[in-house]
Design a protein around this ligand. Structure first.
Ligand code: FES
Length: 244
């Protein structure tokens, strides 16, 4: 297991410890009160999406121009809560030029017929190429490196026979689910029925910094809601980790 994956696993283990400690605390208080049935809910999660600037691995704000186009490494940040892995991808075309996905954002379908619109990519005018999606597969919850972004022109291991990766794909090697990040991470190939939840980004044209501030689409796999099932980050920013 490498450093990035290990840090997310550690985050989830820490979360489970917090839940266990909180549960024991609540039970103890209930016993002290002689079996009072009211439970005190642990103060975990958030009531609204945080606005978190994305930092690089050295602890400085990540600048757009330092995010490699078509990187074959997996770039992740935690959002909205600690231990929630999120892809950060600078999409490019087959020649490595940033893909401008300004218009039009397409509706992305969710299971049971709901649709939503993932916003455009972000970046300088003409290169609005940076997108972010939950990195937990919507089929059964596999995480990086099992789920991985493959830039256009690169082969996708195990992808259905005869397919050509011309657009850039996120593929999960656990059972084959495939998503199209230039199309809101819509489902390209099952067994998943749901797209990857999208994270809204802002690009600051004066500082070139990127900020995550909201989510759309289905709930992050395995969670009761995007804002529960975890603890807030301990920092006022979110830092990337890189796998591979
Ligand atoms: S968990 Fe990703 S395809 Fe099944």
């Amino acid at each position: 297991m490498d450093g990035g994956e290990e840090s997310f696993d550690k985050g989830r283990r820490n979360f489970l410890k917090i839940v266990m400690v909180a549960s024991v605390g609540v039970a103890a208080i209930g016993m002290m009160k002689g079996g009072i049935s009211e439970m005190i809910a642990p103060t975990l999660g958030l009531t609204s999406f945080p606005s978190l600037t994305i930092y690089d691995t050295t602890g400085k704000p990540l600048l757009y121009e330092n995010l490699q186009v078509n990187s074959s490494s997996i770039v992740l940040f935690e959002y909205p809560l600690s231990g929630d892995p999120t892809f950060l991808i600078n999409l490019g075309d087959t020649s490595g030029k940033p893909l401008d996905i300004t218009v039009p954002p397409k509706p992305v379908s969710i299971e049971l017929g709901t649709t939503y619109t993932y916003p455009t990519g972000v970046g300088p005018t003409g290169s609005q190429s940076v997108v972010a999606f939950s990195a937990i597969c919507q089929h059964a919850g596999c995480v990086p490196p099992s789920i991985h972004y493959y830039p256009p022109g690169t082969p996708v291991p195990g992808y259905y026979s005869g397919s050509v990766n011309t657009v850039g794909l996120i593929h999960c090697s656990c059972h084959g689910s495939t998503y199209e990040p230039a199309n809101g991470a819509a489902v390209k190939n099952g067994p998943t029925q749901n797209p990857l939840p999208g994270v809204f980004l802002k690009y600051d044209s004066s500082t070139h910094q990127l900020t995550a501030y909201k989510m759309t689409g289905p709930v992050i796999f395995g969670k009761p809601s995007d804002l529960t099932g975890g603890s807030p980050l301990s920092t006022p920013y979110t830092k990337i980790s890189i796998i591979g």
